[in-house]
Every structure is written in structure tokens, then in C-alpha cells.
Design a protein around this ligand. Structure first.
Ligand SMILES: Cc1cc2nc3c(=O)[nH]c(=O)nc-3n(C[C@H](O)[C@H](O)[C@H](O)COP(=O)(O)OP(=O)(O)OC[C@H]3O[C@@H](n4cnc5c(N)ncnc54)[C@H](O)[C@@H]3O)c2cc1C
Length: 449
């Protein structure tokens, strides 16, 4: 006898919106999380992209998120002195950065209000199986073990997913970063509101071989983050406050924001994270959010992707067909592969190279490129299609005419990466097309180079 139609393990950005959507559609959900209800997710910054806000709207959660933090005027990516940004003020697009201690409880409360049954401080330790199908979970709460049964178990349990491990979900794309990032919260001072240099709300700034980010968050606070190669972060573990403060003091955008401001929380951070794409469905199980797809956090895409996948998976579960479940998996992959590499590039030490610098410089001056940036951020075009080759050649030619040949040195690496992305995109697009025509194959895509 089943206790629910669906068990969702992990009750945050992916699990809570999925639980709400399913319960509202009449699917009986039990959500389980090992952490207590309404708690923080400290190992995550929290800039929500315009696309993510659109996904929250799709699930009826947009206003819940909007109530938590002010809007960003723009979302900016800056390399040295040049930037590309999506301007949001006066448009229908929205972006916010509420702290996870605000965001997660609000999403959880919305799911509970929809009638979701939640078991918090409850850890999944094993799966129940009926033949090769997963049919429930074994959990431990305060040292007492019990079983919960349902025909579908969803792992929404984050990048170190227990469910992905227990079902042995195949991983077909993997990478890691040599960088790390630490962040904390600071009182917002008038300079942020009044100085035109800060006419955005969220900015990721790469200077030399280090990165810094500033996000306007809730409660009149700014999140400020510092990223660098892990070797440079050795001392930060011992004294993260000193490490982060001195890093931010050296940043052209962050230094003025420290003046007259107090750091209000101890910095936290993460070094050398690993990224992956895993099979998203199997007999009696599915993965959603970071458990199945975890990408470099540098451009801040994870929450948006988690909510997109929660919306798509809820549609598939409500549809109830094998075809719909495959479409969920294959669509996630085809939509994410370009973003996976774009994020990995932004987070790599090679990103700030002579070509990136001229690309930002020229693109910043071009209304057409500005438009393409908007399309990329709203996911109407893929990141790999953001810079048309004819433009790239024109920029290289213009720089060469002025005696600057350095950008050419970055082109072989860029071409190699482009060919990897194109090939992998083709493989995943083909798998999606097969799923659209009703092919129920479960073949793991071959993305090897
Ligand atoms: C350093 C860093 C910075 C980031 N910055 C951003 C950003 O600015 N913008 C952005 O959009 N994204 C960002 N991300 C990504 C974002 O944090 C994730 O994409 C997002 O948290 C994924 O949500 P999730 O619900 O899948 O997983 P999580 O938020 O990790 O939640 C998983 C839940 O599962 C529970 N769980 C785990 N195992 C079990 C178990 N065995 N039993 C029961 N419960 C379990 C955990 O307690 C947890 O509550 C960042 C990530 C990192 C690492």
C-alpha cells in the first residue's frame, strides 16, 4: 500500500516548487529533508536570473519571491572595464537575489500551504525496490528507522545526492574547477544607491585572474563574493574574514562598498567544486535540480535551472506517460549543454584572456549585441550562439588593424571548445528529437570527445 503518489527527497529550490505544483494538481506528495524546516542553505549565493523569475512565475511562485527582495535594475557581467548586461528596469523582466534563509522557507511554506506533507530532519538511507523498480525509501529520523512507499521517488537532494548514488545514476558529463569562492553579507551604504557605477543590482566582475560579485539582497544587505584559484585561497580557510576582506578591498567595484559598511556574517565558501550531468529518470525514480545537473555557479544559473526542471518534471509526472518522462530528461539536457560550458568557461582561469576582453569591449558598444545578450539571458538563444562568427572576425580584424594581435592567441582554444559544444549539442538534440517522436530509449548519451 503506497503512502503517497510521489516521494520528494530534498525540499528546497527544486523539491519545494515541484512538491507544490504536484500537490496542487492532485498528486499526493510526501517531501523529506534531512535539514529542519525553514532553515538556511548556507553553501549557495542566490542571484536569480530573469529566466529563473519567469520559471517561478510559471509555477505561481513569482510574487512569493518578489516579496522577499528588491528588484535588480540590471544583471551585469564585467571583464576588466567592459561589461555586458541585461537591463531590467522598465522592462517586464525581473531578477532578485533573496538570501537562501529567506527564499527556501518561502518556497517551503508555499508547498505546505498547498497541502504537501513534510517530514523534516529525516534522512533517506536506502531505497525500497520491487524487482528493478524503486518503490519507496527507508528513512531515519531521530535514530528511528521507517519506510515510506510510493511508485515514484524524486531525488531533489542536491549536488551530493543520496538518491543519485543509490540508483547509481550514470554520469555522462563531468568537470571540476580549480577555483574557489567565499562570500559574506555587508550593510548597504548610500554609495550603492547613488553612485552611477552601481547602476545594476547584480554584477559578476572578473579582474585579472580573480572574480568578485556583488548582489543586492534583502534587508538592505549586499552579498559580496570573492573568487580565485584554490592556491590563492589556502589562507582563507584559516581566516576567511581577513581573506575575503582583503580580496574585496582590492576590487575596483567592491572597495568603495566596504567604506562605512560592516560585514554582518562570517564568510563561507567552497573550493574546487565538481560539476556533472546525470541520467535524470529511471524505473521508479527521477532526479531534479542539482542532484542530476550541477553546473559551475559563477554566472548564477543553478536556482533558475532547478526551478525550470521542477516545472518540467511536474508536467511530466502529471502527464503520467513514459514519453513525458523521457521528454523531461532529454529536454533538460538539450537546453543545458551550452549553459554548462558557458558557466564552466566563466569559472575557469582562462576566461579573462585577450579575446574575451576585446569581445566585451566591442559588444558593449553594439545595440545588436546587447539585444543578443538579452536573448541569451532569457534563453531565447543558446550561449554558443551569442557571438556570431562574422562579428568575431570583424572584431579580430579591427584589433589587428590597430596592431593588437593578442586576441588571436585565444582562438585555437575557443575553436576547440566550440567544436565540443556543437558535437555534444547535436547528440543531445538528436536524443530529444527521438523522445519527441515517442522513442522510449534509455540510452545514455555519448558525450565523450
Ligand atoms: C558556491 C555556490 C554558489 C551558488 N550561487 C548561485 C547563484 O548565485 N544563483 C543561482 O541560481 N544558483 C547558485 N548556486 C546553485 C544553487 O545553490 C543550486 O543550483 C540550488 O541550490 C539547487 O537546489 P536543489 O534544491 O537542487 O538542491 P539544494 O538546495 O542543495 O537542496 C538539497 C536538499 O536535499 C536535502 N538532502 C540531501 N540529502 C538528503 C537525504 N539523504 N535525505 C533527506 N534530505 C536530503 C538537503 O538537506 C537539502 O535541503 C550556487 C551554488 C554554489 C555551490
Amino acid at each position: 500500500m503506497a503512502d503517497a503518489d510521489v516521494i520528494i527527497v530534498g525540499f528546497r529550490c527544486a523539491g519545494a516548487p515541484l512538491a507544490k505544483a504536484l500537490q496542487a494538481a492532485g498528486v499526493r506528495v510526501v517531501a523529506i529533508d534531512k535539514s529542519p524546516l525553514f532553515s538556511d542553505q548556507p553553501i549557495s549565493t542566490h542571484a536569480i536570473q530573469p529566466y529563473g523569475m519567469k520559471m517561478f512565475d510559471r509555477l505561481g511562485l513569482g510574487d512569493t519571491v518578489r516579496a522577499l527582495a528588491p528588484p535588480n535594475k540590471a544583471f551585469r557581467f564585467q571583464v576588466e572595464d567592459s561589461h555586458l548586461q541585461i537591463t531590467l528596469n522598465g522592462t517586464t523582466m525581473d531578477s532578485r537575489s533573496p538570501r537562501r534563509c529567506k527564499l527556501d522557507p518561502a518556497l517551503q511554506q508555499a508547498a505546505i500551504d498547498a497541502g504537501v506533507e513534510v517530514s523534516d530532519e529525516t534522512r533517506v538511507i536506502a531505497l525500497l525496490r520491487d524487482g528493478d523498480r524503486v518503490c519507496g525509501v527507508r528513512v531515519s529520523r531521530s535514530g528511528v528507522e521507517s519506510e515510506i512507499r510510493a511508485p515514484l521517488v524524486v531525488g531533489a537532494d542536491g549536488r551530493n545526492s543520496t538518491i543519485a548514488k543509490l540508483v547509481d545514476a550514470p554520469t555522462y558529463l563531468e568537470s571540476s574547477s580549480v577555483n574557489g569562492v567565499y562570500w559574506s553579507y555587508f550593510e548597504k551604504t548610500p554609495v550603492f544607491d547613488q553612485d552611477p557605477r552601481y547602476d545594476w543590482g547584480a554584477c559578476i566582475h572578473i579582474e585579472g585572474d580573480v572574480a568578485r560579485a556583488v548582489f543586492l539582497t534583502d534587508s538592505n544587505l549586499l552579498l559580496m563574493a570573492g573568487g580565485a584559484h584554490r592556491d590563492q585561497l589556502q589562507g582563507w580557510k584559516r581566516d576567511p574574514t581577513e581573506g575575503l576582506l582583503s580580496h574585496l578591498k582590492n576590487g575596483s567595484l567592491t572597495a568603495p562598498l566596504l567604506e562605512g559598511s560592516q560585514m554582518v556574517a562570517k564568510p563561507v565558501g567552497l573550493v574546487s567544486p565538481k560539476f556533472f550531468m546525470k541520467q535524470a529518470i529511471g524505473p521508479g525514480w527521477a532526479l531534479v535540480g542539482d542532484s542530476g545537473l550541477h553546473i559551475d555557479p559563477t554566472p548564477g544559473l543553478g536556482i533558475s535551472d532547478a526551478v525550470r526542471d521542477a516545472a518540467d518534471l511536474s508536467d511530466a509526472i502529471i502527464d503520467g506517460s513514459e514519453k513525458a518522462m523521457r521528454l523531461y530528461w532529454r529536454r533538460r539536457d538539450a537546453e543545458s549543454i551550452g549553459l554548462y560550458h558557458f558557466a564552466g568557461e566563466m569559472g575557469s582561469p582562462e576566461y579573462n584572456n585577450p579575446f574575451t576582453r576585446i569581445a566585451f569591449k566591442h559588444a558593449q558598444k553594439s545595440p545588436a549585441m546587447q539585444q543578443r545578450m538579452d536573448w541569451m539571458m532569457t534563453r531565447e538563444i543558446r550561449p554558443q550562439d551569442m557571438m556570431p562568427p562574422s562579428r568575431v572576425l570583424a572584431w579580430l580584424a579591427a584589433e589587428s588593424l590597430h596592431g593588437n594581435f593578442a586576441p588571436w592567441t585565444a582562438m585555437p582554444r575557443a575553436a576547440r571548445l566550440r567544436s565540443v559544444i556543437d558535437r555534444q549539442q547535436k547528440v543531445l538534440d538528436r536524443a530529444l528529437t527521438r523522445a519527441e517522436t515517442g522513442d522510449l530509449d534509455m540510452a545514455v548519451p555519448n558525450l565523450a570527445n
